[in-house]
Design a protein around this ligand. Structure first.
Ligand code: TRP
Length: 339
């Protein structure tokens, strides 16, 4: 264990239902790997999920569903916690609200995007204060564990920048270098596209045919890949069509090196058959998710035990958060008592 770094990693995922292959290859696979190298905290961020219109029963079900999915993929239970079981995140958010300017939050790209999504939706055009405050909660998630590294996608870069600004302002105001500034951890990850429309990325928000569930059964995967769009009619002959590229990307991400090399050679020789490419893609995805499906069925059979386990890991992680919050309250002039 001597090569294990002492650095701390934190990341969060919203409990919004299915994990798809894009999420897996783009982020969660990396989460799993990082565990061997760092002290990792992975949070199912249910408080964040309340910032857009939501249904209570769906929120609770999705929270447990994603816990089970993450465990099936290989996240260690002791690294995993549910955000709302560590209510100190919310308390630290309040304190950080006092060290973050309203103007800066208004300028967040994600806030602007989500606000316009809500306005387009018409029925649900309610924009909560929490949606504006979302990045401050994210800053609390990171800083409460004094995380050094935050594995995030490029879309979260601005939020991490804000986290650093809050930490700096806090340090300046209390006159002490209390928080160190966390760094983003960008890793080389493949960009997976929708197989139904390769001009857009694989995502749930675009609708069912635009993502392949990581826990889909063999038949569903074969069906979805079979109907994958290959020729989009753009740039005929000049470069590999996006849809074809995407299937290659999926094979590569699945680490099916042999198939990848052979098919790519066919492509360059002009002898590639799309049926073969699709079959290899489906085979690769099925090989990737087979162990997850197996593990998931075991976990589902022990749901009660899993829930208890995650409640106690959350309680253990909470102690770290409580320690930070105590120090923060001391620094800002709030009181601490033992209840
Ligand atoms: N905002 C992140 C997302 O939508 C999720 C998230 C919440 C997060 N808290 C975090 C990511 C802390 C990294 C660190 O993807």
């Amino acid at each position: 264990m001597s090569d294990v770094s002492h650095k701390t990693v934190l990341s969060g995922i919203q409990p919004t239902g299915d994990i798809h292959f894009g999420n897996y290859f783009g982020a969660i696979k990396n989460w799993e790997k990082l565990q061997a190298q760092y002290k990792c905290y992975y949070s199912v961020v249910d408080y964040h999920a309340m910032t857009m219109p939501f249904t209570p029963s769906v929120l609770r079900n999705n929270t447990w569903e994603i816990v089970i999915n993450l465990l099936a993929i290989g996240i260690n239970p002791e690294n995993l916690f549910i955000q709302s079981l560590v209510p100190e995140h919310a308390e630290l958010t309040w304190i950080f609200n006092c060290y973050c300017s309203y103007g800066q939050l208004m300028r967040m790209t994600q806030f602007k995007d989500k606000t316009s999504q809500l306005k387009e939706g018409q029925k649900d055009d309610y924009i909560s204060v929490a949606l504006l405050d979302y990045p401050v909660l994210q800053a609390a998630d990171v800083l409460i564990y004094k995380a050094d590294l935050v594995p995030v996608g490029k879309d979260q870069e601005q939020h991490l920048e804000l986290t650093r600004d809050i930490a700096q302002r806090f340090n300046f105001q209390v006159g002490k270098e209390y928080f160190s500034l966390p760094e983003p951890l960008f890793t080389e990850t493949p960009k997976i596209r929708s197989t139904a429309d390769p001009s857009r990325k694989m995502s749930k928000s675009a609708g069912e045919k635009h993502y392949i569930n990581l826990f889909a059964d063999e038949t569903t995967i074969r069906r979805q890949i079979k109907s994958a769009v290959t020729d989009t009619g753009q740039n005929p002959g000049t470069s590999m069509a996006e849809g074809v590229q995407n299937l290659f990307e999926l094979i590569k991400a699945s680490e099916n090196v042999q198939a990848y090399d052979a098919l790519l050679q066919n492509y360059h020789q002009g002898s590639l058959k799309y049926v073969d490419l699709k079959e290899a893609t489906a085979d690769s995805l099925i090989a990737t998710n087979a162990p997850f499906l197996q593990k998931k069925s075991e976990l589902v059979a022990n749901k009660k035990q899993i829930k208890d386990e995650i409640k106690s890991s959350s309680a253990a992680i909470r102690r770290v958060a409580q320690e930070t919050l105590k120090e923060v309250k001391e620094l800002v002039g709030l009181l601490n008592v033992k209840y």
